[in-house]
Design a protein around this ligand. Structure first.
Ligand code: FAD
Length: 432
């Protein structure tokens, strides 16, 4: 029997298996799906995702950062597309080094699985669905393999985790009233990009939005986020004709760039998004990690980054006493994953709605001026979440204080000199 069983060979389970194998542990990984390296099936629904500092740090620790970045497209800021077709670019950071990376989720997953197997200490068993775990006898039950001894088990089996169900702890699940569909904007003939390449494109439209992330081959993966019900909603788009009309009305500049748009839209599966907060994540020598422990909505681009950070933090604190380590990890990490879960929901409103709001833009402008006056001493909430490894709960707290300071400036309660004093007094002590 291997030292550990990991359930789920998604990005988090594969990274965990690789990290533990490098530390000398033997790991058996079980996944309900077939091996994506041998089939055409796409893993999960999000085709590409944004990887930033937290995720890159975990990859860097394994010497994989360069391999992964070679396959990524940098996104240096948001490019908004207004209803009248006007575009505006808002850099994510204040320096050339602050950008996020668009990459293929399946490509990253494949690389991690292969590197894990190459250690010779990881065996991945595909088409094995966990259906239960007996905590007394430490036996994992799989639908085809039957019962397997698993003294130490980690569930990285995603947002509908079977190990989490077996653990029987508390779960709160909030399903967003909006769903999503993914569409492909192909590369131009010859392989060029149809829009600005190094940007995350957003068409903010109040209660809904379209976004697009670049792929290495010149295409963009576009995601339409729209309420399930109401007006407008997915419920109103039942035919290709209705889909075409909806895009003509709200995203006319995108229409010529997505040739078979109405067909793609009606055929794409409709995805749900939920925030899942579970507690506890550990029971004896069993632990939940990644989306299994804390699934979040995708609007801060942090779900996988947070899962990768879990792996780094957990593995850095292992003492050999699995039960104690797992319990301590849960206690230390839970406030941070709760914080990013809430920030991700808040960011939905910011992306779909506020980026087109004049007051919001004025506040961002004041924030830029404050940053210019305090080089390197004022980091926005976005920078703290995306370009540092400051605990998420600290970024959340800093964001609230920043909001108060900036609102005071906007109202004219005080000038920049006083705002700087407030930053020094209230914000700087928070950030390590
Ligand atoms: P998963 O990726 O869900 O993998 C779970 C694995 O477990 C799967 O391989 C599955 O087959 C397997 N499994 C499930 N149940 C069982 C079972 N019973 N037995 C055996 N195996 C099982 N994150 C970011 O960091 N940046 C982004 O930009 C970003 N964008 C996103 C956009 C969208 C539209 C969505 C939906 C998500 C996005 N995310 C993003 C989140 C990211 O996709 C997830 O956080 C990440 O995939 C979680 O990885 P995981 O390995 O924990 O779980």
């Amino acid at each position: 029997m291997a030292d550990l069983a990991v359930v789920g060979a998604g990005p988090v389970g594969s990274l965990l298996a690789l990290t533990l194998a490098r530390r000398g542990y033997g790991v058996d990984v079980y996944d309900r799906r077939p091996d994506m390296r041998r089939t055409q099936a796409v893993a999960g629904r999000s085709i590409n995702l944004a990887v930033s500092t937290r995720g890159l740090h975990a990859l860097h620790e394994l010497g994989l950062e360069d391999d992964v970045l070679r396959e990524a497209v940098p996104m240096r800021g948001r490019m908004t597309h207004a209803a009248d077709g006007k575009t505006a670019f808002f850099p994510y950071g204040r320096s050339e080094s602050e950008f996020i990376n668009s990459m293929s989720r399946a490509g990253l997953n494949r690389l991690l699985m292969t590197r894990a197997e190459e250690t010779g200490r990881v065996r991945i068993h595909f088409e094995q669905r966990l259906v239960g775990y007996d905590f007394e006898r430490k036996l994992a039950r799989f639908d085809s393999l039957g019962e397997i001894g698993a003294e130490v088990i980690v569930g990285s089996d995603g947002s509908s985790s079977a190990l989490r169900d077996a653990m029987g702890g508390q779960i709160s699940q909030e399903v967003l009233s909006s769903g999503y569909k993914e569409l492909t904007m192909p590369a131009l003939p010859g392989g060029g990009f149809a829009m600005e390449r190094e940007a995350l494109h957003i068409w903010p439209r109040g209660s809904f939005m379209l976004i697009a992330l670049p792929n290495l081959d010149g295409s963009f993966t576009c995601t339409l986020f729209l309420p399930f019900e109401g007006a407008p909603s997915f419920a109103q788009i039942c035919s290709e004709e209705e889909g075409g009309k909806f895009f003509d009305r709200f995203f006319p500049d995108a229409v010529p760039l997505i040739p078979d748009l109405p067909r793609q839209l009606t055929r794409a599966p409709l995805g749900k998004m939920a925030t899942v907060k579970a507690a506890p994540w550990s029971r004896g020598t069993a632990l939940l990690l990644g989306d299994a422990a804390h699934a979040i909505v995708p609007f801060f681009g942090q779900g996988m980054n947070a899962g990768f950070e879990d792996v780094g933090l957990l593995c850095a604190s292992l003492s050999g006493d699995w039960a104690a380590d797992f319990a301590a990890f849960f206690a230390a990490r839970k406030p941070d994953t709760d914080a990013i879960a809430d920030l991700a929901v808040e960011n939905f409103v910011e992306m779909r709605d506020k980026v087109a709001d004049p007051e919001f833009l004025e506040i961002r402008e004041l924030e830029h001026q404050l940053q210019d006056r305090m080089p390197g001493r004022y980091l926005t909430r976005y920078q703290l979440v995306t370009f540092t490894r400051v605990p998420y709960r600290v970024a959340q707290r800093a964001g609230r204080i920043q909001g108060e300071i900036l609102s005071g400036l906007l109202r004219g309660d005080y000038d920049f000199a006083r705002a700087e004093e407030l930053v020094e007094k209230r914000l700087r002590p928070l950030i390590p």
